[in-house]
Design a binder for this molecule. Structure first.
Ligand SMILES: C[S@@+](CC[C@H](N)C(=O)[O-])C[C@H]1O[C@@H](n2cnc3c(N)ncnc32)[C@H](O)[C@@H]1O
Length: 306
């Protein structure tokens, strides 16, 4: 199966990195290297260190990045080890970083990976297929309370209790089709009108299986710490929980006038490129369904701490 993924908000991402100092940009979520290849093509002064924990993504990315030779390095890792990986490669400072969070279309569309409620497959959902708990492990081992927490926190699921009880009553649950049917049956008819109700459960389990929210702040901190003056960081988030973390991490660095704080928080080290988040154009959102929920935030290091 060829790797299919359309990179999101490419023009906006290229504009962010157009004038950063020459050096290395870390693409912490390399995927099929759509963004990374566009960056290398648009700015000859940049090299890219790309990180992904998914072997299929790395194979596709290495192929895509071949024309850029030594300007591109693809590393298998979870992005919270970004600091160690950069140390190993000898990059104490970076000119930029990009996080394009969540899953690729390739992962969703490959039924055998177990991410999709639309295609039957084993209930896996691990981005790194070589380690960690699968979605089946979570679904078949978690207590009712833990399942409810996962569905509420990561899926905003208002029928979390009904769904968790139904799952527990029908264990073992081994396939995506089985899980999707359980969720649909547990959802009241009035709440099935707007799209497939199993979407929220699948999103919640994916976030839990891959620790997506727990490791984000540490990874952002490690990347921010290494940014050179004039270096920029960009994050594309597709879920309100991830975007909230990004917003908070950036805000804590730049907040000049937080009335709740007794001391000024601004150390004049970082500045936001714009307030709030940017959305894709309506044209892009119409053409690429996945882009619709994207929220882009960006930050620049403007000085080193004194
Ligand atoms: C939205 S896709 C990135 C697509 C990429 N920007 C492109 O243009 O092709 C997200 C990628 O990040 C990877 N990923 C997500 N969380 C990760 C993590 N914690 N560590 C390493 N890779 C991660 C996924 O495996 C997936 O390949």
């Amino acid at each position: 199966m060829t790797f299919q993924h359309i990179p999101v908000m490419v023009e906006e991402i290229l504009a962010i990195f157009a004038d950063v100092p020459p050096g290395v940009v870390v693409d912490a979520t390399l995927g099929g290297a759509g963004h990374a290849a566009a960056l290398l093509a648009s700015n000859p002064d940049l090299a890219v260190v790309g990180i992904d924990q998914d072997d299929e993504a790395l194979t596709a990315a290495r192929h895509q990045l071949e024309p850029y030779g030594e300007r591109a390095t693809a590393v298998k890792a979870r992005f919270d080890t970004l600091g160690t990986k950069l140390d190993e490669l000898g990059h104490a400072e970076i000119s930029g970083f990009l996080f394009d969070l969540g899953v690729s279309s390739h992962q969703i569309d490959t039924g055998q990976r177990g991410f999709s409620y639309r295609t039957d497959g084993p209930l896996d959902m691990r981005m790194d297929q070589g380690s960690g708990r699968t979605a089946a492990d979570v679904v078949n081992q978690a207590s009712e309370r833990d399942l409810v927490d996962i569905l509420r926190s990561y899926g905003d699921e208002k029928h979390a209790v009904r769904i968790a009880r139904s799952i527990i009553a029908q264990r073992p649950v081994e396939t995506t089709a089985q899980l999707a049917d359980i969720v649909r049956d547990a959802t009241p008819a009035r709440d099935k009108r707007r799209g497939d109700p199993s979407k929220r459960t699948f999103q919640a389990l994916r976030i839990e299986v891959n620790n997506e929210l727990d490791i984000l702040q540490g990874a952002l901190d490690a990347a921010l710490e290494r940014l050179c003056v004039g270096g920029r960081g960009a994050v594309l988030a597709y879920h309100s929980g991830e975007d909230r973390i990004v917003k908070q991490v950036f805000r804590d660095l730049v907040d000049v006038d937080d009335h709740r704080s007794p001391v000024p928080l601004n150390n004049a080290e970082f500045a936001l490129l714009w307030n709030g988040s940017k959305k894709p154009s309506t044209g892009e959102a119409d053409e690429n369904r996945r882009a619709g929920s994207a929220r882009l935030r960006a930050i620049e290091r403007i000085a080193v701490a004194s």
